[in-house]
Design a binder for this molecule. Structure first.
Ligand code: F6P
Length: 317
């Protein structure tokens, strides 16, 4: 087979490990692999080159994606996707492995509907692909967030401050929820808990009056302006307060062993499925077993808030 591979959307640590696994597993089976540079944008521009085993050496431990990535909202237009189909035909590519999040999956689904064999691999720090209990990059981003929150706790405690820390995750709460638990945050605010500002301010005031030196508030992005919230906390609670937006630092860095292992397993599994002629699916992991789900279904699956972890936060914060 001649297999194309691309990364698209927000980059995630471990994407390189997935590319490496796809290339090496496919070549071991006698296939050829073609790297598509800069996601669907590069695909329509024909930025396609064959990858050898050697081309993917020394990348396993590197963050980012050697193929580059991009967001291409125009890919929703059929005439734009036709350019992609033409490029795939021109390069005689039989199937395309698309590594990324739900935008990437939507692109892969549309191509599949146009007769292209596609497979999706979940690569995003957000862990927001419900067809897989883990996405490649989440473990590393969680480590990065925890490292930063631990450091912020040190300085918050020294200065007797409240620290509000905004983490990424788009509309998924996992980065906030998991990092909040792992770092012993006093408050974890996510799209699923919502922000009850009055209660937060009142609780902080109570804690301050009770003599607690500092408070850590971990909050998901897209909930509120955290700098404004910090001002309100200062005004009402008695704590000095600083807000820190962790931002894109969460997308970089060397992938954790967990991300590397997941990426390697999913990369091989995607190649295996192509050999079985199973396409139009998204690969994933559930209870440590590799699974595949039709991409359309994967895109419709809803994230379920983790009740057990929410209860845990309430008790130990
Ligand atoms: O999907 C990964 C992610 O980092 C989200 O957590 C964040 O909301 C978004 O991408 C940022 O996207 P962009 O790179 O387009 O600014």
């Amino acid at each position: 087979m001649r297999i194309g591979v691309l990364t698209s959307g927000g980059d995630a640590p471990g994407m390189n490990a997935a590319i490496r696994a796809v290339v090496r597993c496919a070549i071991a089976s006698g296939d050829q692999v073609f790297g598509v540079y800069d996601g669907y944008k590069g695909l329509i521009e024909g930025k396609i080159e064959e990858l050898s085993r050697k081309d993917v050496s020394e990348i396993l431990n590197k963050g980012g994606t050697i193929l580059g990535t991009a967001r291409l909202p125009e890919f929703k237009f059929e005439q734009v996707r036709m350019l992609a189909v033409k490029q795939l035909e021109k390069h005689d590519i039989d199937a395309l492995i698309c590594i990324g999040g739900d935008g990437t999956y939507t692109g892969a689904l549309r191509l599949h509907e146009m007769g292209i064999k596609t497979i999706g691999i979940p690569g995003t720090i957000d862990n927001d692909i419900a067809s897989s209990s883990r996405t490649i990059g989440f473990s590393t981003a969680l480590n990065t967030a925890c490292d930063a929150i631990d450091k912020l706790r040190d300085t918050s405690s020294s200065h007797q401050r409240c620290s509000i820390i905004e983490v990424m995750g788009r509309h998924c709460e996992d980065l906030a929820l998991f990092s909040g638990i792992c770092c012993g945050a006093e408050y974890v605010i996510t799209p699923d808990t919502g922000l009850d500002k009055e209660k937060l301010l009142a609780d902080l005031k109570k804690n301050r009056l009770a003599g607690r030196r500092h408070a850590i508030v971990v909050i998901s992005e897209n909930i509120c302006d955290v700098h404004q919230l910090a001002k309100e906390v200062e005004e009402y609670s008695g704590y000095e307060c600083r807000a820190t937006v962790l931002g894109y630092v969460q997308r970089g860095g060397s992938p954790t062993p967990e991300d590397r292992l997941l990426a390697a397993r999913l990369g091989k599994y995607a190649v295996d499925l192509l050999h079985e002629d199973i396409t139009g699916v998204a690969v994933g992991i559930h209870h440590n077993k590799l699974i595949n789900t039709p991409i359309e279904e994967a895109l419709q699956m809803k994230y379920e808030p983790n009740k057990e972890l929410h209860e845990l936060v309430k008790k130990i914060s």
